[in-house]
Design a protein around this ligand. Structure first.
Ligand code: PDD
Length: 307
């Protein structure tokens, strides 16, 4: 089966899906994106992703390429046409095509691309035994809360992590504090036993998974503290974790080669991780159930959700 992608109003075979050479995304990285997880053919947290897309677009004064209703239909259609059960949707919106000049063009209309593909869930070894991270200076710009396609520092950081045999690079600001990972949010369990993740602000992306875990923890009465934490504190933490659409939540068992945790849990997934991972999985399972069983219109709803 050949892949189908959506580009500016058309569903096209993936190999023929092209954008113009003067698209401002190509020339200036003048655009934003979202990555959504697909499980059992359903898009997880579609609305929070669309909310964040709206926020990113508004921050850059890029017009929405279509109504939210139309966008939902396109996204589900792309998942459906590619028969994706477990995977991702990638969506990118740029300011559009215009003669190259830095200032915003007067008449460009936003360009949109939606692709979807199968992607395995994180491996059992990552989920059970954990992953390693390295650290690097955070050399990004001052608006990391915008999900911009300008990702060169993130790309370089992730490449360095990959070359070092690590899963992720944690980015450290000039004060020595952890901002986030190259493509994930960073968490620790501090000396008091509190689950900590950096507070929202321009230094990091407000992850949809981060928000889901904060909510799931609230519901389960697991205390979450949103504050800065330093690399020093992370190295001495009881536990560490990463969250993202593609990772869900994974335990971090080593930072810069130093095993994290204490006692029998040193270098292993810890008890707080083991408590919250099922909370997140239950949330995903409930979202899938809700999408399939709205009153008696299950089949209709399932079709609408792109299954
Ligand atoms: N990245 N921080 C950064 C810098 C990210 O790029 C991401 C996501 C996150 C986590 O956000 P969420 O939980 O909404 O996925 C945090 C995606 C997956 C990517 O670029 O592929």
């Amino acid at each position: 089966m050949s892949r189908i992608s959506y580009v500016n109003g058309e569903y096209a075979p993936h190999q023929d899906a092209v954008v113009h050479i003067e698209d401002r995304g190509y020339q200036f990285a003048d655009g934003v994106y979202e990555v959504m997880a697909v499980r059992d053919g359903f898009i997880i947290d579609l609305e929070p992703h669309l909310d964040r897309l709206d926020r990113s677009l508004a921050a850059l004064s890029i017009a929405a390429p279509m109504s939210r209703g139309a966008l939902r239909i396109v996204i589900r259609e792309v998942v459906h046409r590619n028969l994706v059960r477990t995977g991702i949707v990638y969506m990118q919106v740029t300011r559009g095509v215009a003669k190259r000049a830095h200032a915003f063009p007067k008449d460009a209309s936003p360009a949109i691309v939606v692709t979807s593909r199968s992607m395995a869930s994180p491996s059992a070894s990552a989920v059970n035994d954990g992953v390693k991270v390295i650290t690097m200076p955070d050399i990004r710009w001052g608006r990391c809360d915008i999900k911009s396609i300008s990702l060169l520092p993130n790309v370089l950081a992730r490449q360095q992590a990959t070359a070092a045999g690590a899963y992720e690079a944690w980015l450290i600001d000039s004060a020595g504090d952890v901002t986030e990972g190259s493509a994930s949010n960073a968490w620790i369990v501090d000396a008091k036993g509190d689950l900590v993740t950096r507070h929202l602000g321009p230094a990091l992306l407000g992850g949809v998974t981060r928000a889901a875990i904060v909510d799931a923890c609230k519901a389960a009465k697991v205390k979450v503290v949103e504050r800065t934490f330093s690399l020093k504190e992370a190295l001495a933490a009881r536990e560490a974790m990463v969250t993202s659409t593609t990772s869900f939540v994974l335990p971090v068992v080593a930072i810069d080669g130093k095993a994290i945790g204490r006692g029998a849990d040193k270098g292993k997934a810890g008890p707080v991780y083991r408590q919250i991972r099922p909370l997140y999985e239950a949330r995903v399972a409930a979202a899938i159930r809700a999408a399939t069983s709205v009153a008696s219109g299950g089949a209709l709803q399932k079709a609408a959700a792109g299954a």
